[in-house]
Design a binder for this molecule. Structure first.
Ligand code: URA
Length: 247
């Protein structure tokens, strides 16, 4: 970690509000560093060794934040968008200025596990095509998913652009009966992350995904107790497991 940081950044990462709000706290004389009242929110401080107090409350600085979001449909996996609501818009104002971003993308209509963080190194590890981090999805699929589909997913599927996917593990939970209007229910694990990959894999075997939800990414599993649209911080064990490639 860099030794010194701007005071407003440190306070932003400690949950004391936006840069503007912090500037105001400083202006009002409510912030002290090593018992000295501070007048400039841009001053350099060392969060590891300096005692930073806001109205007597110690600022606990965290460089990195990791959130598990249960992504709802209808929001895009981006930090900003001119037209659409983004996953970042779902977060409370306490997360402003942490510069969180989604680790990879889920389609606008896809639900489920999305990791949000400001840890670029971990993000890079999780998204690196060389690491083959497994991602497991649940899907409802029109038509009857067959044993032959399972075998083809394992061999690799040629997508519409000619790319052949890495072996993917497909499990049938419920075999669909199109005549009776029953959808197939499946679980599938892929080891890469091509654009619209699951939907395109099923299209390649003549079937349409009508509902898609991500259940896990590497060692990280979507918390069953996390309501859709809600988020929670990862435990230190969850972060360590992701870091240590316990995939
Ligand atoms: N595959 C898809 O088709 N969509 C997603 O959102 C994720 C994987």
């Amino acid at each position: 970690m860099k030794k010194t940081e701007r005071l407003d950044k440190v306070l932003g990462h400690s949950g004391f509000g936006s840069r503007r709000e912090i500037k105001e706290l400083v202006r009002l004389g409510q912030v002290s560093v090593n018992a000295k009242r501070i007048k400039d929110s841009g001053v350099q401080v060392n969060p590891a060794t300096d005692e930073i107090l806001v109205n007597g409350e110690a600022a606990v600085y965290r460089e990195y934040v990791y959130l598990m979001l249960h992504k709802p449909p209808g929001v895009v996996s981006a930090t900003e968008d001119k037209k659409e609501r983004t996953v970042i818009d779902l977060l409370g104002s306490g997360f402003d200025h942490l510069e969180l971003f989604p680790v990879g993308r889920l389609d606008k209509d896809t639900e489920g596990l999305l990791l949000l963080t400001n840890d670029g190194k971990l993000t890079h590890q999780l998204l690196s095509p060389r690491k083959h981090v497994p991602k497991t999805y649940y899907a409802d699929v029109e038509g009857t998913v067959t044993e032959e589909d399972i075998a083809q997913f394992l061999r690799g599927i040629e997508l519409d652009d000619g790319y052949v996917t890495l072996p993917a593990e497909l499990t049938i939970i419920l075999r669909g009966e199109p005549n009776l209007g029953i959808l197939s229910q499946i679980q599938v694990t892929i080891h890469e992350g091509k654009f619209h990959q699951i939907k395109r894999m099923f299209l390649a075997v003549g079937k349409n995904v009508v509902y898609l939800k991500r259940l896990s990414m590497g060692s990280l599993k979507l918390d069953d107790d996390l309501p859709i649209g809600e988020y929670r911080e990862l435990s230190t064990d969850e972060v360590e497991a992701l870091r240590n490639h316990e995939l």
